[in-house]
Design a protein around this ligand. Sequence first.
Ligand code: C2O
Ligand code: CU
Ligand code: CU
Length: 545
Amino acid sequence: MALTPFLDPLHIPRVLRPKKRSKDVTYYEVKMEEFFHQFHSELPETKVWGYEGQIPGPTIEVEQRECVHVKWMNNLPDEHLLPVDPSLHSSGEHMPQVRTVVHLHGAEVEPDSDGYPDAWFTRDFGKCGPRFVQKVYKYPNNQRPATLWYHDHAVGITRLNVYAGLAGMYIIRNEQERALNLPSGRYEIPLVIQDRTFNDDGSLFYPSTVNVVDPPPNFPNPSITPGVAGDTIVVNGKAWPYLNVEQRRYRFRILNGSNERFYRLSLDSGQQFIQIGSDGGLLQKPVRLDELVIAPAERIDCVVDFTNQPVSTKIVLKNTATTPFDFGAPPDPETTGLVMEFRVVERTGSDTSSVPQFLSTIKRFDEGDASRIRDITLDVTTDMYNRLLFLLNNRDFMDGITENPIVGDVEIWRIINPGLGVHPIHIHQIQFQILDRIPFDTDVFNLTGQLRFTGEPEPPQANERGWKDTVQAPPGFVTRIIMRFGPYSGRYVYHCHILEHEDHDMMRPFDVVPRRWVRVKKSDCEMCSEAPDVCMNNCFTMIKF
Ligand code: C2O
Ligand code: CU
Ligand code: CU
């Protein structure tokens, strides 16, 4: 069924009201519910899951350093809306099919409020996962003003819960940023871009199987696939919407909330985007770009100036990115190649906003700051059912800890991609900086495991020189990022943000460990009297003090 593009107006998610506000804490309650939502006026209503009955969820707006508590409440039915693959770890029969846990993506929070995949809970907290600790999550917002987003992160079904609708925006502000006088109020608009496929009756379509050569007889049904891209582009919960824009500047906070699809955005008026911010907040200075390439989970904060566009001009926001990115099929120019339309109308007052040439100070890390370098390889293999399986360092989510940075330490991670596609790699708790991308010989690497560089390091693009929590790791490159771990110690995850990869099984736990652990001898053996530092006989114990 072909839907008419640009028929429905853009919906702007409403801002969530707190339940209670005291001078110390702002308290919210957010319910996850099943309800019907109309994605397009030519489409019957769609059964979805969302926060507070909305798609996307309501926007949470906070001040920097405001102490925010949120009770995330699961009021969902016991049966999933979408096909659950029982073969993924933790999705078997012993597990409740519908489980949820909320992650605030890009936020610096304690582990117990981070939405660890095993910290899930069912309806009314009836059942809780092994890492569930508390019902109310604490967000100190002790970080730069930024465009964050919250979404579900339950182990084994994140892709389904997010596709069903569990995602929303979270914006941190402060006085300093307000003083910049960027477009604000009605002229500052979040754009959550997602893709979906609908059945004729309006219901959500999510594939329940995958084509596999020689499937074994016990092949899982339903089965996860290596990635899901929809045929309909949805912005703020409406398929191909339009927005009336006055002849003035607008600030758009763009989030790619899609499972797999990347977007390469451009304006058919030939206008440029003025990018002012990335995942972790404002850039140092604005960057003018003809195109924006945005991977799943990335955010681009940008200004578009419609001042000189004649009234009633129609400007289409287009997408030219291939799926899978960047080796798959190009989008259909009539459908997935379209995102939304801007219709220029007369200005209602003067535009007093500005885009200052200096936005914020970003102190770049120095490579010399790093106390450790780790390699993270993006592996492609097959699972026991012959299905494509993506891993990090050839380990799955249930394997033991291999990354354990110390609080306060700076580390460089080299993300090695010897495969075909671009993977958006996300690390919890921290924001990082991109050092460079170095080309290497993938054939040599795949045969011998040796890294042979084939060219000079490519510095990050101008719009990648700010704070990031998700980085595009292209094939044939070692993407180097640098970050300081902390301030909290405890268990977090890092993973690919293509949600079908994350669930199967491109996600790893890591521990941020307190600095002051010492090795203390608890007994003696022959080996430790000779060479204590190589003793493997467990005569030492680690003590925190
Ligand atoms: Cu946006 Cu671990 O996720
Ligand atoms: Cu991936
Ligand atoms: Cu010993």
